[in-house]
Design a protein around this ligand. Structure first.
Ligand code: NAP
Ligand code: ZN
Length: 350
């Protein structure tokens, strides 16, 4: 077995503390990655706090993982020792269902194997998976990504979740020239939404719950910025957007935001608040608007997004922290005080 050192939540709603555990020896198609950086996604915080009711402990969070290949299994063909490699939200799936066959492994009908807070597909699903807040991970080569050489590794880590989670709906709902796209919430996902949407050629408006991030949003490529705590915003932008991507991690007034959609406009929910959403039928029926949801992206689309980022030189704004500051970082994410993704430097584990 491979010895691993990291940080874990031992039970719900408790601070993360040092934790050592074992991972499997590489099988024929496995790769061992020495982790350099791991991003902190708000989903990590929801799960450590068991807000979705699905958490198991001890939990090593982290699904924005980048590093270098340190060992390969006997039949590996896609990577060699020393290569950059990255892991996102899932490390396996059934590989047989329609979703898997169509490159939509995140929607695997048997359920994808989540990078952490999941179970390995072998052993009668009793071995829990553990994520990236640690020094090593072992993953099948078919569930790994290449990080293009021109992207700095720490800035690329958040692409593995925040990046793909907004790229996929931007592509699916055809964001591009002539499309008015609103990004609700300028956090980890939001900063990627602005940069990717802008690079795709859409007109990008940020809807933030204060004016504090206005200058930074413009620097990222936003065309417009509005404060949703100002009621005049909802009058000025009534019926304006073709596409709204809601990245907010808490419950917001959806009915009010829905009125910002043009006829046939679509609101895509990517934020996953603890509480159920509430939407009146009139909001949907009026102007034939739609409500949709989207989860991360499949293997092929994630690599496509990384290559798109390479071409347009896009990475996340990051604040690098040692792992000893992870609990402080969680507090700051909860206060919307993150510019715009905390990334853990794994050197700090040594
Ligand atoms: P984040 O960095 O905390 O960003 C969330 C943003 O929401 C904040 O920066 C803030 O932006 C806004 N917000 C926070 N509290 C608010 C409030 N009380 N009222 C109005 N706006 C508020 O989180 P993230 O990592 O981007 O993740 C966002 C959500 O997406 C989380 O729920 C996460 O679990 C979910 N997620 C889903 C997927 C998926 O596949 N669908 C993937 C990753 C994450 P402003 O300050 O600009 O208002
Ligand atoms: Zn995430």
């Amino acid at each position: 077995m491979i010895q691993v050192n990291g940080y874990a939540a031992k039970q719900a709603k408790t601070p993360l503390t040092p934790y050592s555990f074992e991972r499997r020896e590489p099988r024929a198609h496995d790769i061992v990655i020495d982790i350099k950086y791991s991003g902190i996604c708000h989903s990590d915080i929801h799960q450590v706090n068991n807000e979705w009711g699905t958490s198991t402990f001890p939990m090593v969070p982290g699904h924005e993982i980048v590093g270098f290949v340190s060992q390969i299994g006997s039949e590996v063909t896609r990577f060699k020792v020393g290569d950059r490699a990255a892991v996102g939200n899932f490390v396996d799936s059934c590989r047989k269902c329609n979703s898997c066959r169509n490159g939509l492994e995140q929607y695997c009908l048997e359920g994808a194997t989540w990078t952490y807070n999941g179970f390995e597909r072998e052993n009668g699903k009793t071995t829990p998976t553990q994520g990236g807040y640690c020094d090593k991970i072992v993953v099948d080569e078919n569930y790994l990504f290449n990080i293009p050489e021109n992207l700095p590794l720490h800035g690329a880590a958040p692409l593995l979740c925040a990046g793909i989670t907004v790229y996929s709906p931007l592509i699916h709902w055809k964001a591009g020239p002539g499309k008015k796209v609103g990004i609700i919430g300028l956090g980890g996902l939001g900063n990627m939404g602005v940069k990717l949407g802008h690079a795709l050629g859409a007109e990008i408006t940020v809807l933030s719950h204060s004016l504090k991030k206005q200058e930074e949003a413009k620097r990222m490529g936003a065309d417009n910025f509005y404060d949703t705590s100002d009621t005049t915003t909802f009058k000025k932008l009534k019926g304006y957007f073709d596409l709204l991507i809601n990245t907010v991690s808490v419950d917001i007034d959806l009915n009010r935001h829905f009125k910002l959609l043009a006829p046939d406009g679509v609101m895509v929910i990517v934020g996953l608040p603890e509480k159920p959403l509430s939407l009146g039928a009139f909001s949907l029926v009026s102007f034939r608007r739609s409500l949709a949801g989207s989860a991360i992206g499949g293997i092929r689309e994630t690599q496509e997004m990384l290559d798109f980022c390479s071409k347009h030189n896009i990475t996340s704004d990051t604040e690098l922290i040692p792992i000893q500051k992870v609990n402080e970082a969680y507090e700051r994410v909860l206060k919307s005080d993150v510019r715009y993704r905390f990334v853990i430097d794994m050197e700090s584990l040594k």
